[in-house]
Design a protein around this ligand. Structure first.
Ligand SMILES: Cc1cc2nc3c(=O)[nH]c(=O)nc-3n(C[C@H](O)[C@H](O)[C@H](O)COP(=O)(O)OP(=O)(O)OC[C@H]3O[C@@H](n4cnc5c(N)ncnc54)[C@H](O)[C@@H]3O)c2cc1C
Length: 428
């Protein structure tokens, strides 16, 4: 039982109901927060107002951001990789939330462009690390005709009696090389600027693209230097939210890649792609907790400034209950997001069920929070003079990014019911 000698104010941290942080964790948090406030927010706002072509052009503030991000040491991949699992489970959500609070488009640009480098470190192979470990890259998975099917790489949600689509981009094994032909979707984050790609593609190893006797395809996980002959790029995509995150398609015309860069083949490629999705979805939950928190904080400021009905609007009871509801949703999002980091770094290892649970909940909730926070701004919330409309657009994109939320939920329930049926030794 708790007793209070005196009922004082709660002690709240940057992340609300913050439990104790070590000195090092607090220093990291404050450093990333300053960077998010002083660098990300102003640059993110500028980029939001620019055309996609301007965003990727020479001299764009995006390049300035990337230079400052890498100079800041916030994402020192070698240092992050060498942390213990416990440290990762505590420090990653702390960093990603602050980055999302700063600007989600820039946060995702940083992380998506680091996927090939992260993967290179994961291989532990010095040649791969040397070639891919320090260049900005992209995560190339979706194709014009293969969107949600990429999330469903293991083909558990394919309609009975049908197969996955062949798609528009595939690989053929030819001696000691892989040959790539076709095009990606226009949604490849950082595609217009990436120098490398971590790609998950259907692959013909010599006996066709389809896996014998199944509804699914054969796959390869392959690292691609994008300066290879035969690679070209589409024009950058124009979209409503996360406009600081450049996206665009990549085209491949008989692009030959050495066998060594195929870092996962067959079922291992499916496992590796799901592993990347598991990390990315977990990270999205922390980032969009930061987005929801930003919306909540803006709303809390505004309701103390705006006067209607003879008083600051915070004095109206309906405004108070709405503010409390935003606060609850941000806290619930953070709690689930942190819980999933702890689960994924526990000794029994990560699971896609954990990450889709937090990603879908937090991004759906972030959209509700940003929309409800905008409502508290009245007409001002709809204007470009105030930050709310941009934050709401940014949050909306997250419900489709890294897997559309309904389809991610289908993957989640597949694993949950498989676990249940295995535990009870039943099949239905
Ligand atoms: C901001 C952003 C960033 C992105 N970054 C990348 C990136 O870096 N790399 C990359 O490769 N891709 C990226 N994508 C693409 C993203 O992964 C896809 O948009 C997403 O997987 C959905 O695919 P789709 O858009 O083709 O929609 P579709 O798959 O066509 O889905 C359309 C609708 O059909 C429903 N549906 C589809 N299949 C099923 C099914 N089996 N059962 C039930 N319902 C179904 C979906 O729920 C959805 O509502 C990004 C997208 C966004 C928005």
């Amino acid at each position: 039982m708790f007793t209070f000698d005196k009922l004082g104010l709660p002690v709240l941290g940057l992340r609300g109901l913050e439990a104790d942080l070590s000195e090092e964790e607090r220093a990291i948090q404050e450093n990333v927060h300053r960077f998010a406030r002083d660098v990300m927010r102003p640059i993110g706002k500028k980029l939001d107002a620019m055309t996609p072509e301007e965003v990727v052009a020479e001299g764009s503030p995006l390049h300035d951001y990337m230079a400052q991000m890498y100079a800041s040491g916030i994402l020192d991949l070698g240092a992050l990789d060498s942390m213990s699992d416990l440290e990762k489970s505590r420090i990653f959500p702390l960093i990603f939330e602050e980055l999302g609070w700063g600007d989600s488009g820039l946060a995702i640009a940083t992380l998506a462009s680091a996927i090939p480098a992260f993967t290179a470190y994961g291989t532990g192979d010095p040649e791969i690390i040397e070639r891919f470990g320090s260049l900005p890259g992209c995560w190339l998975a979706t194709q014009p005709d293969k969107g949600s099917e990429i999330v469903d790489m293991d083909a558990t949600n394919v309609h009975p009696g049908t197969q996955q689509l062949k798609g528009n981009l595939s690989v053929r094994k030819d001696g000691n090389e892989y040959v790539i032909n076709g095009q990606s979707s226009a949604w490849v984050s950082y595609g217009p600027l990436a120098q490398t790609a971590m790609a998950y593609l259907p692959c013909d190893y010599g006996d066709g693209l389809f896996k014998e006797g199944t509804q699914g395809l054969n796959w390869v996980g392959i690292m691609i230097p994008l300066d290879s002959p035969g690679v070209s790029r589409g024009k950058p995509l124009d979209k409503i939210g996360q406009r600081a995150l450049p996206q665009g398609g990549l085209f491949f015309d008989d692009v030959r890649i050495p066998e060594k860069y195929a870092i996962a083949t067959g079922d291992k490629a499916v496992g590796q792609m799901m592993g990347t999705l598991t990390f990315a979805n977990m990270e999205m939950a922390a980032t969009f907790t930061g987005v929801a928190r930003a919306a909540f904080e803006h709303a809390l400021d505004y309701v103390h400034e705006r006067k209607q009905g003879g008083t600051a609007i915070i004095n109206h009871q309906s405004v108070q209950t709405r503010i409390f509801s935003l606060w609850q949703k941000v806290e619930a999002s953070r709690a689930l997001s942190k819980h999933v980091f702890s689960y994924n770094y526990a000794s029994h290892g990560p699971h896609v069920l954990a990450s889709v649970t937090s990603k879908t909940f937090v991004t759906d909730t972030a959209f509700q929070v940003t929309s409800d926070a905008l409502q508290l701004f009245g007409g001002n919330g709809l204007t470009k003079e105030y930050p709310m409309e941009k934050i709401m657009r940014d949050a909306r994109a997250a419900m489709i990014e890294d897997g559309e939320n309904t389809v991610l939920g289908l993957k989640g329930v597949t694993w949950l019911t498989r676990w249940y049926q295995d535990k009870h030794n039943i099949s239905v």
